[in-house]
Design a protein around this ligand. Sequence first.
Ligand code: DC
Length: 220
Amino acid sequence: MIVTIDGPAGAGKSSAARSLAQHLGFEFLDTGAMYRAVALAALRAGINLHDESALAGLVAGLRLQMPPGGRVLLDGEDVTVLIRTREVTAATGAVADSPAVRRRLVQMQRDIAQGRNMVCEGRDQGTIVFPNAVCKFFLNADPLERARRRQREMEARGERVELEQLLREQEIRDQRDAARDLAPMKPAADAILLDSTRLTPKQVVEAMAAEVRQRLSAHS
Ligand code: DC
């Protein structure tokens, strides 16, 4: 059984997916981390991020593993922390535009989720990857609040960046994610829209868990 959470960066998808999964006794899958891992591999290989055939070759030979617990293994190496740098974040947008990368990662996401109970989060989980998910959420929040959250996250890792700059980078990423020809970020027609601006992470998860329970009881 699949539950999807899509939405822009900073809306709280990752922590919501993790806690909702725990709440339901499901596993969770952070699909943004998969695009980030491909971007890291492309940067390391010195590939032009707009060279479709080079990206296709790279992704075809890549061994990407997403073990339970949220770790990311690239060719056996734990890159969970390395994929969160600003350099990788900036490169991921171009990599996520690549049809070959998307095809491969969508297939991997379906394979990983096959036969499992999973909360899958990203941009296209409810629209493209799991159109038959039992419950779909689109989690959004005010842009300023999202940038503040990202700033706090970065500060916790010892990185200091001006809020203005984070807002600018966030706007570029949002536009790119929404305007992508393939799998643009948008709510599925049957998604439940949630705004986390004035909600605590706990309230977000409670709202989601209540919806999922309702769907599950309607299904049984
Ligand atoms: O959620 P995140 O910030 O870790 O996502 C990183 C990038 O990957 C972001 O530019 C959007 C893209 N992405 C995507 O295109 N499709 C997904 N399912 C998940 C992320």
